[in-house]
Design a protein around this ligand. Sequence first.
Ligand SMILES: O=C(O)CCC(=O)C(=O)O
Ligand SMILES: [Fe+2]
Length: 204
Amino acid sequence: MQHTMLFETPCGDNLLPYEGTVRYLGAVCSTVEADQFYQSLMDAIAWQHDQAVIYGKHITTKRKVAWYADRPFPYTYSRTTKTALPWTPELLALKQLVESATGATFNSCLLNLYHDGEEGMAWHSDAEKELVEGAVIGSLSFGAERKFSFKHKASKETVSVMLGHGSLLTMEGLTQTHWLHRLPPTKKVHTPRINLTFRLMRTD
Ligand SMILES: O=C(O)CCC(=O)C(=O)O
Ligand SMILES: [Fe+2]
């Protein structure tokens, strides 16, 4: 049976000038709902300091992370391996929200908690071998508004966007191949931000 696809196609314009697609869809829930999601994620997620190996050194980041998925997938990045926890009802609700807003499907979610503007994330691509190449990544933000930046690997051209409370951004297609992204640290923000990136892991 055919049905009309309402809200199922990303409507934000592509922010990238070439070799990738990034869409900022803005708020996908009301401020009141966003406040509730922020508080319950803060309270109920199994937040842990991230362990990483950078230039051969073991470090513990101030930023906290958590990793949830359909199955206990192992996931390696920054040369450390984590095992996914099972979805909480709230994460499943957010996954469905992002799926209906994007028309994509996801089987995992990486969460980041930045306590204030001094915490950020350095330039990188989400191009781990466990991820389905080119699949949509849906990035939900709650709490403090923060700047998010892209830099083309060859031309070094940069593009930035502000990510608001309850907002959704997508990265698709060639974005991870040709562009880096980062969350720059800032002295202007003194409150926390929670980010959820919904992803599609390879299951083969
Ligand atoms: O905090 C963000 O908005 C981005 C996080 C990110 O790039 C990642 O988890 O790979
Ligand atoms: Fe990323």
